[in-house]
Design a protein. Structure first.
Length: 229
């Protein structure tokens, strides 16, 4: 599981690096910024004697600023450094909180916006769906075990049923296929398919799936366009 969490943390780090606005990273500018940050620690020894917690906080903030500056200017942590960062995060917030930070949550509108930034992989989605690959929490999803017609709607023809049947119902008039699929995964009890029972599908997938996990699952389900009987 730790390897999966490390991968998730690494993904977040790379996303953060790719979205940070680039600053002037010329040597003179970096040297000036380094001097400014060091100047902010003047009087640190005196502060440490009087208010240790405040002094340590200042030390932490300056260290974080140095790290952020390096990342903005193109530094890429190696595997050992990334693992050290993850261990620090785990020590501070625990593995459950770290996993939740890498997952999509349950706000369908926000998720749909985020999905526009990634490309789903149908094969990976199939592996997740069939419990051949774990979710970000290291556990199997077990989708295929229930979606066998008797317990839950069958996998085959999902896309076709959504288009030809589900979206024709009045309560889903404002939906498209993707919204329906995402909501069905992260909020499965909002709409219950007729003839099936509520609360059978776990309601915690939004806190078990990364954005890429969800994109892959949606891509796989969108590929299920078999003709209906």
């Amino acid at each position: 599981m730790l390897l999966i969490v490390l991968f998730g943390a690494g993904s977040i780090l790379m996303q953060a690096q790719s979205t940070v606005i680039q600053t002037d990273c010329q040597p003179d500018t970096l040297a000036s910024e380094q001097a400014r940050l060091m100047d902010s620690l003047d009087g640190f020894s005196t502060l440490l004697d009087k208010t240790p917690q405040q002094a340590l906080g200042s030390l932490y903030e300056v260290g974080f600023a140095f790290q952020e500056l390096a990342l903005r200017c193109g530094y890429r942590p190696d595997e050992e450094e990334s693992e050290a960062l993850t261990r620090q995060a785990l020590a501070l917030i625990g593995i459950e909180a770290l996993i939740r930070a890498t997952t999509v949550g349950v706000n369908v509108d926000d998720i749909l916006l985020e999905l526009e930034t990634v490309v789903g992989n149908t094969l990976n989605g199939q592996l997740l769906y069939n419990s051949l690959e774990p979710a970000v929490d290291g556990a199997e999803l077990g989708c295929s075990g229930c979606h066998t017609l008797e317990t839950a709607p069958p996998t085959e023809g999902v896309w076709t049923r959504v288009v030809e049947i589900r979206l024709e119902t009045p309560e889903l008039a404002d939906y498209d296929v993707r919204r329906y699929l995402v909501e069905s995964i992260v909020q499965p009890n909002v709409y219950i398919v007729p003839e099936y029972t509520a609360v059978l599908m776990p309601g915690n997938f939004g806190h078990r799936l990364s954005l890429q996990n969800l994109a892959d699952l949606v891509a796989y389900l969108e590929s299920q366009d078999q003709l209906l009987d």
